[in-house]
Design a protein around this ligand. Structure first.
Ligand code: MRU
Length: 345
């Protein structure tokens, strides 16, 4: 998307082919700069330190990390070691394992000397297919949001949480893709951006919306219920890190409280995610691994007892619909299975 009129992506191949260049998200919103990641160690560190973050983006970065590792050691053992190292960087977003599996399955049957190059091309193909998925999510989501009832003459009011924009997905975003699409088509839209303590990913959302020219207002996480109760929100729209096959949604901590409030005040609660975020291997949201992050992110250097779960699970029954690249589905096992039916075709 645009940064003050100039199109950017949050991750790209370095022109010399020796690395990937990724926007350093820990420097935003203050500074917009890229970091060069030229080895598996660089990529793993960037994911762990959240310089590179967001479910689809960490999958794509990990795929490139695997390709970089295979340049040094293309053996079966090297492939296994690299997959384990990258797979252990963050636990909740299934896109990470999904992307590593795809690259691994593609290169393992190949002779070691050609694996690194094939993995690099595969990582590039994954990046392009995720961008295409986000574009399609934008199309389907915009159609859905356009039809929402709202007072005549008032801009569409969308509440979002965390950052599910182009920073988190290479381009377009998941939850933000429909918003960019509506804005670019001239539909008046305003976004309530929940700040998303403790890591403040909402400020990344605010930065990217502002840089593209989409009107927004940042709110404290605790203000969301108040806005929903006062009918200042036409829809809640969030991304996801892992959706179970029955439609339970793992997403950034604080999502569940928004879903609860939205349900109480009868405001639609939509989840936008590519099918790479749907984990068919688990049915129940209770099986989604929840990242436990450092208590220091909550209480700083004090020794106060604290816990810091990074994600929560919104039950499928709270989700009005899931917006994917193949269309909008109810959050049910049957509807998600129908969307996945074309997978092997
Ligand atoms: O900042 P992270 O990597 O911990 O958060 C992941 C996310 O970006 C969100 O949960 C988001 O809503 C889904 S990813 C587009």
């Amino acid at each position: 998307m645009n940064v003050h009129g100039v199109p950017h992506r949050s991750l790209r191949e370095a022109p010399d082919g020796g690395a990937i260049l990724a926007v350093d998200q820990t420097r935003l919103p203050g500074e917009f700069l890229e970091c060069r990641l030229g080895s598996i160690g660089d990529v793993a560190d960037a994911i762990t330190a959240m310089r590179v973050r967001g479910a689809p983006l960490i999958g794509i970065a990990a795929a490139y990390g695997l390709a970089l590792a295979l340049r040094d050691d293309p053996s079966d053992a090297g492939l296994d070691r690299a997959t384990d190292l990258l797979g252990a960087t963050r636990p909740t977003a299934v896109n990470l394992a999904w992307a590593l599996d795809r690259v691994g399955e593609m290169v393992r049957p190949l002779p070691p000397p050609v694996r690194a190059e094939a993995a690099w091309r595969s990582a590039g193909a994954i990046a392009e297919s995720e961008v295409a998925a986000c574009l399609a999510i934008g199309r389907h989501g915009a159609e859905l949001l356009r039809r929402l009832e709202r007072p005549a003459g008032r801009a569409l009011q969308i509440l979002t949480h965390c950052n599910a924009g182009w920073l988190a997905t290479v381009d377009w975003g998941t939850a933000l893709a429909p918003i960019y699409r509506l804005h670019d088509a001239g539909v008046p839209v305003h976004v309530w951006v929940s700040e998303t303590r403790p890591r403040n990913q909402g400020l990344l959302t605010a930065w990217e919306l502002g840089a593209h020219g989409v009107p927004f207002t940042v709110i404290a996480d605790n203000a969301a219920g108040h806005l929903l109760a006062r009918r200042n929100v036409d829809a809640v729209l969030v991304g996801a890190d892992r959706i179970t096959r029955s439609g339970d949604v793992g997403n950034k901590i604080g999502t569940l409280l928004k879903a609860l409030a939205a349900r109480e005040f009868r405001v639609p609660f939509y989840v936008a995610a590519p099918l790479s975020t749907v984990d068919l291997s688990i049915r129940d949201g209770a099986s989604i691994p929840i990242e436990e992050r450092s208590p220091g992110e909550v209480v700083g250097t004090s020794t106060l007892p604290a816990i810091n779960p990074g994600f929560d699970v919104t039950p499928a029954s709270f989700v009005t619909a899931i917006i994917t690249e193949r269309g909008v589905a109810a959050a049910t096992e049957a509807a998600l299975a129908a969307l996945r039916a074309g997978d092997s075709a």
